[in-house]
Design a protein around this ligand. Structure first.
Ligand code: GDP
Ligand code: MN
Length: 390
């Protein structure tokens, strides 16, 4: 789960990580008021969306009067911001963050993430922070410094000093960085985050370190331990089908292809997607209905897949181990009867009560094709998606 910048900065503040002064606003009038409250003569207005790259997309604006704060907010609020991370549709801007501007001497990058390959939490830092960090990582990876934290020993002062010197920091800044890294590490661990990123971490003209931007990704699997963080979820920023799936405890991830896949078990779902690809098709989604699924769950999964306008055929691949194939067949039949299914459906059932399930599908007289093997199923669904069927 992603947090907004303003939410991440709220957590930063609680962990005593220095951030610019700011207030959020959901209307242009509120933004005007926020500017007046902050005082000063210049302000930064920042669109709050779950995507980076806002600076380059016009989502971060520097202005000189409360009226300009208001008009910048009026332009951003209610619009969809398209950045290189948001996808072509962009993301809705329902809130802006109004901040007092910072006089920047240097823009650094500092990130904390789980390095799966190393099986450790890693800190990454670069003196080339700011809006082109992806390019730096791609073109000059040697300019990214990395240090891994031993989970038993915790973050060590020498690691912070090494990054500090590597970033070209001096004197008290090294100490400031060490304190900041320690607090970031505590925040990262306490929140069960998978990523905390400060880009840019700035050195101000006064020589101080300040988190000018903040990004936090939380580990969904640990969210149940953090109801107060789970409450920060902003559904407007998320794929509505993925939210719907979560409500029904289905693991669903939408993809770019046109073949809807309904499978029980994540491993089988991956294998199914591979086979669809191998036969020249492209999956529209990853969907694991779970091991002990029910007819009702299958019906929900069906509706979910069909709500995606890209889907031009559906492949159901169920292996009945714990689950009974006749119950799955019942779910498929109920779903196909309930929702208008305008696309071909290919079903492969294998395992417990498969024969009974296939017989039920045949007797239903619904336009459902069955397949005896996964290979045949993939073949049939790819042909069907190409428009060969109806
Ligand atoms: P992102 O593009 O979505 O990552 O948004 P950021 O919050 O990182 O802002 C993008 C860029 O705007 C930063 O790299 C800065 O160069 C600039 N910026 C943001 N806030 C300030 C500020 O207070 N003062 C100045 N001078 N520049 C700022
Ligand atoms: Mn940024």
């Amino acid at each position: 789960m992603n947090l907004h910048e303003y939410q991440a900065k709220g957590l930063f503040e609680r962990h005593q990580i220095p951030i610019p002064r700011g207030c959020t606003a959901a209307s242009p009038q509120e933004a005007h008021r926020a500017a007046a409250e902050l005082g000063g003569t210049r302000w930064v207005v920042k669109a709050q969306v779950h995507a980076g790259g806002r600076g380059k997309a016009g989502g971060v604006v520097l202005v000189d009067s409360p009226e300009q704060v208001q008009s910048a907010a009026a332009r951003l609020l209610g619009s969809r911001l398209v950045t290189h991370q948001s996808g072509p549709e962009g993301l809705p801007v329902d809130r802006v963050l109004v901040e007092s501007p910072t006089a920047i001497a240097r823009e650094l990058y500092l990130g904390v993430l789980v390095d799966r390959a190393a099986r450790r939490v890693a800190f990454m830092a670069s003196s080339d922070g700011g809006m082109d960090i992806e390019q730096v990582a791609a073109a000059t990876p040697e300019r990214i410094l990395v240090t891994h934290v031993d989970p038993a020993a915790g973050l060590q002062p020498w690691q912070c000093r090494r990054l500090g010197f590597g970033l070209g920091l001096q004197g008290g800044q090294i100490k400031a960085l060490a304190g900041l890294m320690e607090r970031l590490y505590r925040l990262f661990s306490e929140c069960d985050a998978s990523l905390v990123e400060v880009n840019p971490l700035v050195v101000t003209e006064a020589g101080e370190l300040l988190a000018l931007d903040a990004k936090i990704n939380l580990d969904d699997n640990a969210l149940s331990r953090h109801p107060e963080l789970a409450a920060l979820r902003d559904l407007a920023q998320e794929d509505p089908r993925e939210s719907e799936a979560r409500a029904h405890e289905l693991s669903y991830i939408s993809l770019d292809g046109n073949i809807g896949c309904m499978v029980n078990g994540a491993g089988l779902a991956m294998a199914t997607m591979d086979l669809v690809k191998l036969h020249g098709g492209a999956p529209a989604n990853f969907l694991d209905v779970g091991g002990g699924t029910t007819a009702a769950r299958v019906a929900e999964a069906f509706k979910l897949i069909l709500s995606d306008p890209k889907v031009s055929a559906v492949l159901v691949n169920i292996f009945g181990g714990i689950v009974r194939c006749d119950l799955i067949a019942e779910g498929i039949i109920a779903a196909v009867r309930e929702v208008h299914v305008g696309v071909p459906v290919v079903v492969r059932l294998e395992g417990t009560n498969a024969a009974a399930g296939l017989a039920m599908l045949a007797e239903s007289r619904l336009p459902i094709e069955t397949a005896a093997s996964l290979r045949e199923a993939a073949d049939k669904v790819v042909a069907a998606a190409l428009g060969g069927q109806r």
